[in-house]
Structures are given as C-alpha cells and as structure tokens.
Design a protein around this ligand. Structure first.
Ligand code: FRU
Length: 494
C-alpha cells in the first residue's frame, strides 16, 4: 500500500472488517509479537494516554491507528486491568468523528472525578489548506465504560503568541484546583509548556508558561507530564529539535525530565530544577506518562517507539508497543524507575544463577524463548559484557557492556538482528555512580528488551528484531569474579 494522505485520513467506517481481520491474523503470526507488553490490536500504537485508576481498576488508553503501521487519523484505544500486568482489550473509545477532532483524537490524560473518569485530549483538525487547528476537548467515562464526549471545546485555540502546535493536555489536582499542562510552540517556533487552571473543568484560565529551564526547548514540546514524586516536582517531556549542546541525546526526539525542589503556582515555576536528563538511555522510549495512584505510588508507562523511524514490523502491518509499568521514586535528587512489583505475577519457572565469570564466554541460560526476567549481580570492579538474544556461537546478539574504569554502561544493538533507525546510531552509553556491584534487572519479550540498571538508576530500552527465533542465549564475558542472579520464564499476559 502506498500510504497517501487521503488514505491515512480515510474515515474508519470505510475500512472493511475483512481487512482488519487480515491485519489481526498477520500480527497473530508474527514472531515479534509481544507476550506481556501492550501492543496494538491492529495497525499502529503510539503514546500512552489517560493512565488512571477508576472504579477499582487500572485504565490505560493509547493512541491508535487501526489500519496500518502509519500515523493515520488517530483514536484512543482503551485497556483495563486489575493488576497492571494483565490488560484486557476493551475498545476504541474516542473516535475522530466530531468537527473538533476530525483529523485525530490526539494525546491526553484522565482523572477520576466523583463517580466518573474525566478524559481530556487534543482534537486535531486540518482545513482545506491543510492548516492545523488544535482544540482541547473533554469526555466523561462512566462505570459501564461508556464514553461521552463533551460537545463544545474546553479550550478552542492557543493563547496569543502561540501556534496551533498545541496539544497533549495533562490534567491533575493541585491543592484546591485542577491544573493542566500542555505542549506548545511560540509564534517564533520555540517549544514551551503552558499551565492552565480550572475549578470546574469547564472554564480554563491560562496561568502562563511553565518555567522549568532557562534553555531553549527546541521547536516544540510534546507530552509534558508534571508529577510529584516523594514530594518533589518532576516534569517529564519530549522536546523536539532540542540543541544537543543543551543536553546530549541520540534519539530523533528525546524523552527527558527535570526534578525541582518545589512548585510555585503563583510564578508558574518549578524551582531549583536539575539539568535536563534522559528518562531512558536506550533507543525507543517516548511520550512517557506518569500519575500518582490512589495507593500513593507514582506509576509511569512509555511508548516504546519513536516518530519518523521505520521499524521491521511495518512489513507485517503493525507497529510498536508500550513499556511495562514502572514505579518512580527519588533518591538524592535522582529519579529512579523500577518495574512495578506486580510484574512478579508473570513469573513461572525459576533458575538460580551462580558462578564465576571468566574472560571468555560463560553461558548463563538458553531458554526456549525470549520471554523472561533476569536479575544479575556482578562485580563492578572489572569490565564485562552481557549478551542477550544471542546465537549459539555468540556471534549475533544484543550487547550490554559495563566499563569499570569510566563507570559507564552501553547497549550495542548493531548485531542484534534486523538493523533499523541506524542513522541515529546503534550504541547508547550512560554514566553510572560508582559502586561495588552492578545490578541488572532485565525484561525480555520477543522483540523488546528493558534493562533496569542499579535499582532503576538508569533504564535502557530497545526493540530487538532477531532473524532466528533460536537466538535466545544469554552469555557473560569478562566480569572476573562471582556473579549471582535469578532467571524466570514469564507467562503471557491474560
Ligand atoms: C507524540 C504525539 C503527540 C500527539 C500524538 C498524536 O508522539 O505527536 O504530540 O498528541 O503523538 O498521535
């Protein structure tokens, strides 16, 4: 198919059921299909939206284009869970069917308000000249999971001085008001985050531009997400076109964060902010959303994928997945991300790992499939590598290397299967704090690898597309000294 603009914006009802069934069948047969990650029912998935807890269940929506692996006209797809690991596919719930969202139901958020779930999102509209108009829209979901759009926009245009690159509202309670953060672009094309306030969710008053950095944030900021973690304000955001001298990154667009000491609503500023930090040191994380759950935990989920990059699954008609759910915390002004405790519910067969690593290859395990959890504790006094998704001879595989001299960790995916996104490099390197032990906590899921380093001090995420399903070997190399660890096969999500 040639994905022309008219085809990408063809109304949903004009696509046949048999075509969608064919896409579903193709995904079903894919060797890269995920076992426990949220993936699209058909077509393309991008940003997580509306991550929330409502009516005793977890709710998570995602940006969906059901008809192919392209960014066509978007809707929200709804997933529901009791435990944050088993996600039930519910339905497409916000469709691009109103004059305010005809060209896409774009990203947004959700919040429980009394007995309903309030959804806020951006309606994307193009006119005849293909000029963009962005509306900020609302909807209510009830306990039957029926969603009803609010007919009139909550905010019908950007404020003076800003363009229609104006999207991804994040709504939350703050003291005795509702606050909303939204991605924006100034008339001279600089990225910004705007803050709004409301007392009734209908009338929104602009507080101003959020002050969280003195640097220029590229040409656009997407998916801003403000959250208090252990009492400290954290802003997660995706600056597009950020100057690499301001903060170094290699992905086409980075997902970054800053931590501050406090939030001052009067001046709309996050005070004493850190430098910009990469939220993930890998290749494929974008548009992360976090919220404070009623149980007090701050939970996050990201899109494992990036705009404008071709992935090998495009040939199979589908694209991308979401990350596992992570729990955020702060220690010594650094954000830690850990796999949510409920991930343990997926564990099946356990194997204890223990031994002495040698300079040459040490085979740790060769499971039947790349659907597992691996925890390793290694001597951080010597350098070494861990190979995942490796073949028998350890010629091909995903290489994770630790450099004891410089306290850095790298991931090299150049030999990990079908190459993609190579123009942005095949290696990523992150700095670590010096400590005696290196701990790696890894979730592998057929074509995804998420590595939590030193209790979540760093996270490195990558898609991996091995050509041969036998590439499941796990080797250690270097790391002189003893290692200990645990290996579990994991079940599929229910
Ligand atoms: C980020 C993004 C958002 C937008 C959505 C559209 O990936 O571009 O800014 O709302 O995707 O799908």
């Amino acid at each position: 198919t040639e994905w022309t603009t008219p085809l990408r914006y063809k109304p949903y009802h004009q696509w046949s059921k048999s075509y969608q069934d064919m896409l579903a069948a193709e995904l079903e047969q894919s060797g890269w299909k995920l076992a426990f990650h949220i993936q699209p029912k058909t077509g393309l998935l991008n940003d997580p939206n509306g991550f929330s807890f409502y009516n005793e269940k977890w709710h998570l929506f995602y940006q969906a284009y059901p008809f192919g692996p392209v960014h066509g006209v978007k809707s929200w797809y709804h997933m529901v869970s009791d435990n944050l690991v088993d996600w039930e596919q519910h339905d497409y719930v916000l469709l691009p069917d109103s004059p305010y969202d005809s060209h896409g139901v774009y990203s947004g958020s959700a919040m429980t308000v009394e007995d309903k779930l309030f959804l806020m999102y951006t309606g994307n509209v193009r006119n005849e000249e293909w000029e963009r108009h962005s509306y900020q829209l609302g909807a209510w979901m009830n306990t039957e999971m029926e969603v009803e759009k609010i007919t009139e926009p909550l905010i019908d245009s950007p404020p003076a001085g800003y363009t229609h690159e104006f999207r991804d509202p994040q709504v939350f309670r703050y003291q005795n008001h509702y606050l909303m953060m939204i991605g924006a672009q100034t008339k001279n094309e600089k990225g910004a985050v705007l803050a709004y306030q409301s007392s009734n969710l209908t009338d929104w008053e602009l507080l101003g531009e959020l002050d969280y950095t003195t640097e220029e944030m590229g040409f656009m900021v997407e998916c801003p997400n403000f959250v208090l973690v252990d009492g400290q304000p954290v802003l997660l955001f995706c600056p597009q076109g950020l100057d690499k001298d301001i903060s170094s990154y290699q992905n086409i667009y980075p997902n970054m964060y800053v931590i501050g000491s406090s939030f001052n609503k009067e001046t709309v500023s996050i005070e004493n902010t850190s430098d910009l930090i990469n939220l993930d040191e890998g290749f494929d994380i974008y548009a992360t959303q976090a919220f404070q759950a009623p149980d007090g935990r701050v939970l996050s989920v990201g899109w494992i994928g990036l705009p404008e990059i071709d992935y090998p699954t495009f040939e199979e008609g589908w694209a991308h997945c979401l990350s596992i759910v992570k729990e955020l915390s702060i220690k010594e002004n650094h954000l830690y991300q850990k796999p949510v405790a409920e991930m343990q519910e997926l564990r099946q067969n356990h194997q204890e790992l223990q031994g002495s690593a040698q300079a040459s290859d040490t085979l740790l395990s060769s499971p039947d499939s790349n659907v597992y959890e691996l925890k390793l504790e290694l001597n951080a006094g010597t350098s070494g590598s861990l190979y995942l998704f490796a073949d028998k001879q350890n010629k091909e595989g995903l290489k994770i290397s630790f450099d004891a001299k410089h306290d850095t960790i790298s991931m090299d995916r150049s030999k990990a299967g079908i190459p993609f996104g190579e123009s942005y490099g095949s290696t990523r390197t992150a700095a670590l704090k010096r400590q005696d032990k290196l701990t790696l906590h890894i979730f592998a899921d057929r074509s995804v690898c998420e590595v939590f380093v030193n209790d979540g001090y760093r996270v490195i995420t990558s898609r991996v597309f091995v050509k041969d399903p036998q590439q499941t070997h796990i080797f250690l190399q270097g790391f002189e000294g003893d290692y200990t660890g645990d290996f579990w096969t994991l079940r599929e999500m229910n």
